[in-house]
Write a protein that binds this ligand. Structure first.
Ligand code: AMP
Ligand code: ZN
Length: 120
């Protein structure tokens, strides 16, 4: 199921180029075009879900496959020893800009605090 106007559906379909680092039958991992860390990879399900909540409710097994692909990329990129951050920006407060669910895998250097400033 692909959504024609969705940027990441178009990357999955091969219509927009991306630097793919891992592909499984159900997921794709590619480098972020504007990396925020030495390693910054996005992991998406090939099927379109808008966000992580919709994915988890609609297909929990696929959500698990996204996590498994992220973990495999973390290993390939040599991140398991020093650690990494895996996050799903969701909705307006989460700062989500592309509404095809994607995990950000960040690593390769100390990433600092979880948020740039406290909003508590
Ligand atoms: P988010 O704000 O969580 O929706 O993240 C969207 C991410 O997609 C940002 O980190 C962008 O740099 C990244 N991005 C946007 N366009 C592309 C593209 N064509 N290829 C790879 N990454 C992209
Ligand atoms: Zn999509």
């Amino acid at each position: 199921m692909s959504t024609p106007d969705c940027l990441f559906c178009r990357i999955v379909a091969g219509e927009i180029p991306a630097t793919v680092v891992r592909e499984t039958p159900t997921t794709l991992a590619f480098r972020d075009i504007d990396p925020k860390a030495p390693v910054h990879v996005l992991i998406v399900p090939k099927e379109h879900y808008a966000d992580v909540a919709t994915l988890a409710a609609g297909d929990p097994a696929l959500a698990g496959e996204v996590l498994a692909t992220a973990a495999a990329v973390a290993e390939d990129e040599g991140l398991l020893g020093d650690g990494f951050r895996l996050m799903f920006n969701t909705g307006a407060y989460g700062g989500q800009e592309v509404f095809h669910v994607h995990a950000h895998l960040l690593g390769g250097a100390p990433l600092g605090p979880m948020l740039a400033r406290s909003v508590a």
